[in-house]
Design a binder for this molecule. Sequence first.
Ligand SMILES: C[S@@+](CC[C@H](N)C(=O)[O-])C[C@H]1O[C@@H](n2cnc3c(N)ncnc32)[C@H](O)[C@@H]1O
Length: 504
Amino acid sequence: MAQMQNTVVFDMDRPLKGEAFKKVVADAGYSQTALAETLGISCAHERQDVDVVYRRVRADSPYNILVRLFWLGRAVSESAIHKILPGLDIEELMAVGLLSREDGAVRSCAKLAPYHDLLLASDFGPELHHQLAAEHVLGVGAASLTLACLTVRRKVETVLDLGTGAGIQAFLAVRHADRVTGTDTNPRALNFAEFNSKLNEINGIEWRQGSLYEPVAEQQFDLIVSNPPFVISPESRYIFRDASLPGDAISEQVVRGASQRLSEGGFACILFNWHHQDEHDWDMRPQRWVSDAGCDCWLICFKSADPLTYAADWLQTSVGQSSPDYGRCLDEWMDYYQKMGIGLISAGAIVMRKRSRHANWFQAHAIDRGRCTGSAGEQIERAFAAEDLLQSLDDDRQLLEHRLLFDDHHRLEHQLKVEDGKWVVQAEHLLASEGVPFAGNVDIFITNLLAGCDGKRTLRELIVEIAGRMKADPDNVVPACLTAVRKLLQCGFLGSVGKSSLLI
Ligand SMILES: C[S@@+](CC[C@H](N)C(=O)[O-])C[C@H]1O[C@@H](n2cnc3c(N)ncnc32)[C@H](O)[C@@H]1O
């Protein structure tokens, strides 16, 4: 029998000593790293076999009890908690609605995920509730982490987190903003977000209920972040996934709306899905949405899939492949795509910067592998400044007079092959070690050039010097170098120093 999700609501009038609770949890070792080890996966937010995990944490210890309660949603006897985790204030947690009591045992009504120094409550997922409620509140997932990575983290006054869910983006934003507004259409999500701010003792966030930009009207923000319910499907099953709007309309509305509410110089980082016809026109729809936005835009495509693969991916994580409904849902989703004339569906993000007093630019990059890690904020700011510079040039040859700086957040990998008894370099692969996982092959001239980009010599001086060392004619290498340098600037591998950026 499929277990229907409970729909806990926290009582926000009850007191909660958040830091004291978090200390008990931290002292027991309930951390992101420990959980990843217990779950046997590299990231605590990937899917896991809960039956296996349960068997790993069956012996009573402070940590194991917390995993059983707050990660697996199992009942734990009150006497075991009193004995092993005496610091846990069961009565306080019951009053606020986090714990419930049944037959001498307690059970958590919400999952608690450690994320760096935060502890974030969300609903338990499909591993516990085979049937999620429509108003299910998502925890920290891969999409949340991608958006967190892509967010430009300048010190700003105002931030909007549209579709805040359990509040993760708002909690990260409040660290570099004076005022943060988190909005959501789902009142349960806002209840979780409010609970999480109490749990983590974070102030300075205003929570507002409503759809899209309705709760903030025409208010302006220095930063807008959003991970909206972007899945393209005929369903209106889950608020977190289905916008109940046709095709990619929710993505279009979030993107268009951001341009109207960004203050001059402000950034928006939006995760979304969009549809198109084939592999050649993947950037056209998002480009149209921002054509008169007064924003410079950087579109990144992480993945494109044919409709059947896309539908299967989403349905496997919601309906489940073993469900008798799986085939019927696949057919419904495919009919919908066919009627809309959808050829491919892409997943990606757009970073927008309001710059309404200048001619705007639009850049699109497709990433063929890897996922965003760490923080991409500085990489993105470098790429924006570089594109401003490139746009200001009448001719790429003017780049030769610029001094460039290689950002050392990058690696160069050699691929070697034995030739005549010696290892010989076959290919040199340049990779971003953090942020958006840009990568590409470079030749030996460019690797030498990159190593020399210390911000002191002009590109022309460097090319002459390296050409001299490599016995090449500088005039012959300049065109290929300029093409490579342009791409390296656009992906944030190189930054420009010396000549000022055109930023407002
Ligand atoms: C994919 S979740 C993202 C949650 C969180 N921001 C994160 O990054 O993990 C999408 C959120 O958007 C909310 N949502 C759905 N439709 C919305 C709408 N029309 N306006 C605002 N929020 C909406 C959902 O309730 C859900 O909390």
